[in-house]
Design a protein around this ligand. Structure first.
Ligand code: SF4
Ligand code: SF4
Length: 291
């Protein structure tokens, strides 16, 4: 994550346009929140209010964004307000919306979270082919867009090793490259495949939880300082890891008009948060989203 620049007070808004997902990965945190998508009209308001405050928007907290029933209309709203999009998806619906995404002028980056495929053995080949075919089209039509293929399942189990191998060999075949199969996490987790297409391998992500060990109340984090999240019910939370809504600040309609003022109390909000007090990212800093 980069720091907010001079022109906007915040770098990134994580908008959970839906918390519904078609996959049920065992490593995905379970939330007691109601399953819902943000209605189009409310999303329009969100983009208008967010535009002067944030450099870019990411569709992510929980849920699969391409399942939103009005997904093409959401892209139109972003286009209208000239808001850049950083999309995080499991890739299962990519063929359905590939034309819309290829024609969308404000796509900055797309991350495919492929690790869920370890639990969907029957679909692996089909899904990878669809995702890689889209990547090839996107890379040739919009070479400026970054594409990140995420495999956050290192050291997990035999299925994970199989998926790692399948992904690596299909990448090599599809893109005509040869990849080093070894991953030295300490030396960097990203491998450049071609142009702006990268493979990112890592161990499974740990979402912060209220059951985790207390780590202290001096929080140093980008949450609320350069990024915020809005949950599918419209509630503002300081970061994309607060999938439970522990630190709900109010609805975006109520909070965004005074967000710059509220930002002055950001450290206090985080220091007093029972979730932040248990979150290891308070020390590592949030570098990206986490699907
Ligand atoms: S980890 Fe991602 S793909 Fe898996 S259930 Fe959660 S939101 Fe869906
Ligand atoms: S400390 Fe963790 S939960 Fe708190 S804002 Fe930062 S990333 Fe989010």
């Amino acid at each position: 994550m980069t720091k907010a620049n001079d022109s906007k007070p915040f770098q990134r808004l994580y908008a959970e346009i839906t918390n519904i997902c078609n996959w049920h990965c065992s490593f995905c945190p379970k939330s007691p929140r109601k399953f819902e998508e943000m209605p189009l009209e409310r999303f329009k308001k969100l983009v208008v209010l967010a535009r002067p405050l944030f450099e870019e928007m990411t569709f992510h907290v929980l849920g699969e964004p391409l399942l939103h029933s009005r997904f093409p209309d959401l892209l139109k709203c972003l286009e209208q307000e000239e808001m850049k999009l950083f999309l995080v998806t499991n890739g299962s619906q990519i063929t359905k919306y590939q034309d819309e995404l290829l024609n969308f002028s404000f796509l900055k980056q797309i991350n495919f979270s492929l690790h869920g495929l370890t639990e969907r053995e029957q679909e692996i080949d089909k899904r990878l082919k669809e995702v890689f075919s889209f990547c090839q089209k996107l890379s040739s039509q919009k070479p400026e867009v970054y594409i990140n293929l995420r495999l956050w399942n290192l050291n997990k189990d035999e299925n994970s090793k199989d998926l790692q191998q399948k992904v690596l060999s299909l990448i090599e075949k599809t893109f005509g490259v040869s990849l080093n199969p070894n991953v030295e996490i300490r030396l960097g987790k990203g491998k450049r495949i071609k142009d702006r297409i990268y493979l990112h391998q890592d161990t499974p992500f740990h979402w912060p939880s209220l059951d985790d060990k207390y780590l202290g109340n001096q929080i140093h984090c980008y949450g609320f300082h350069t990024q915020m999240a809005v949950l599918s019910d419209g509630a503002v939370v300081p970061c994309c890891l607060d999938y439970l809504g522990v630190n709900k600040l109010g609805s975006f309609e109520e909070i965004f008009p005074k967000l710059v003022e509220l930002k002055q109390d950001a450290s206090q909000v985080l220091n007093n948060s029972s979730l932040c007090q248990r979150c290891t990212f308070s020390r590592q800093r949030v570098k990206g989203e986490s699907q």
